[in-house]
Design a protein. Structure first.
Length: 456
């Protein structure tokens, strides 16, 4: 039997070993899920909502345990990990609130009554990443369950522990056996089997653009529904009229949170030329004050990268003679540590400026005016997120409309709330998650016409 070894990224120690699912395991899981889904979708909406709220309450009782697992398997600082467990709880609560509001419509037509229904898809596969294992797993799982579907979750190979525990907690909360299953396994084996399985109605994937394209192509063969949340190279645009001190103080968190392993990370810092030097002066102490160290320490703000492979990837973008204007500190010895690094001046078009690094590395590029800022912001194939800093409300609206990205923040770096839609333009993905429409993304619209004409 093949197994997955789960490493603590801060120490490189093996913290767990779990069986890796086979295609035969996937077949059996889909059969169980399909059987459970039929009973689940037949429940009264209020009863499904009650069970999901109970699931949320059980997760709330285990936030500290789940956060501890996240620290060990993903190297996340404990403060971040507590938030992530709480976010999974909140998503279940939010989704439960939508079950009894999953309304169809009545459409005026001649000769009868026309109504629509939102019917569940059936079995949904959620393929979750390693960078935010709990929240992103819940992004797909919670609304899919709420809409009446069964869910099979395949966590990333490196971070299966929180997912497995969530599945156990769902049973403790009273969800039916087989309704929410977790299958740890390798992407080319278990993940591929789920994507190609005829019993899976939809695939929700978060990960790299390259793998997302492969999944989309495979789903096309059977016209399988798909939601893709892929890469990003998000801009952080600072205009001269902004509160430059506030913008500089907020910037480290925008690309160092989760050690830069965030598709929304603002790793392209675009600064208007007249305040460029001042911004860099303010940014340096802010970056160096960002606390790097033991993930279990509540004071830690940044932990290690997830793996040795990710560490080598990040290093490959920062050559020996790279113009590093700012370098932070990182622990020596065991663990996949990399210091916060700001490259400036950077050349527009060089790999570090346009490719997703997925590590604590940002580039700073000057711009001349509004049009130049928009040009630079849109100079990548991605379009997931971004920020802009200005005191001019008109400029904020103009630039927000002009930047090709799905999620933008003004005078803020907040990208994701469970109550608002999230997704990308271009090669950052397809479809939207979260927000008021989250449940409908896991349904088919059925139209029913009832004739009211008198029989002749």
């Amino acid at each position: 039997m093949h197994e997955l070894h789960v490493l603590n990224p801060a120490t490189e120690e093996i913290v767990a070993t779990v069986p890796a699912a086979t295609p035969q395991d996937v077949d059996a899981a889909v059969a169980r899920a399909a059987a459970a889904q039929r009973g689940w979708s037949a429940l009264a909406p209020a009863d499904r909502a009650r069970l999901l709220r109970r699931f949320a309450a059980v997760v709330d009782d285990h936030v500290e345990e789940l956060a501890g697992l996240e620290v060990r398997e993903a190297g996340h600082p404990i403060g971040n990990a507590r938030w992530e467990a709480g976010n999974a709880r909140d998503l279940l609560e939010y989704a439960a609130g939508g079950i009894e509001r999953l309304n169809g419509s009545q459409i005026p037509v001649a000769g009868g009554l026309n109504v629509t229904f939102h019917e569940p898809l059936g079995v949904v596969a959620v393929i979750a990443p390693w960078n935010f294992p709990m929240p992103i797993a819940a992004w797909g799982t919670a609304p899919a369950l709420a809409a009446g579907n069964a869910v099979i979750l395949k966590p990333a190979e490196t971070t299966p522990l929180t997912a497995l525990r969530l599945a156990e907690l769902s049973l403790e909360a009273g969800l039916p056996e087989g309704l929410f299953q977790v299958l740890p396994g390798e992407g080319p084996v278990a993940g591929n089997a789920l994507v190609e399985h005829p019993g899976v109605a939809k695939v929700v994937f978060t990960g790299s653009t390259a793998v997302g394209k492969q999944i989309m192509a495979k789903c096309a063969a059977s016209v399988k529904r798909v939601t893709l949340e892929l890469g990003g190279k998000s801009p952080n645009i600072v205009f001269a009229d902004a509160d430059v001190e506030q913008a500089a103080a907020a910037t480290p968190g925008s690309f160092l949170d989760n050690t830069g392993q965030d598709c929304c990370a603002r790793t392209r810092i675009l600064v208007q030329r007249s305040v460029y030097d001042r911004f860099l002066e303010l940014l340096e102490p802010a970056v160096k004050a960002f606390t790097v160290g033991d993930p279990a320490d509540p004071a830690t703000q940044m932990g290690p990268l997830i793996s040795a492979a990710q560490l080598e990837r990040v290093r490959s973008y920062v050559r020996e003679d790279a113009p590093a204007a700012i370098r932070g500190d990182a622990p020596a010895g065991k663990g996949f540590w990399y210091p916060a690094t700001v490259l400036a001046p950077a050349a527009d078009g060089e790999p570090a400026a346009v490719e997703e690094i997925f590590g604590p590395v940002a580039v700073v590029l000057p711009f001349e005016d509004e049009a130049d800022a928009v040009r630079l912001a849109n100079a990548t194939p991605y379009g997931l997120s971004g920020s802009l800093w200005t005191r001019d409300v008109g400029r904020a609206i103009r630039v927000s409309r002009a930047v090709a990205a799905g999620n933008l923040s003004v005078n803020s770096h907040s990208s994701v709330r469970y109550s608002t839609p999230f997704g990308g333009f271009g090669q950052s993905g397809l479809g939207r998650e979260l927000g008021p429409g989250a449940l409908t993304a896991f349904t088919e619209t059925k139209n029913v016409f009832i004739s009211t004409e008198e029989s002749k």
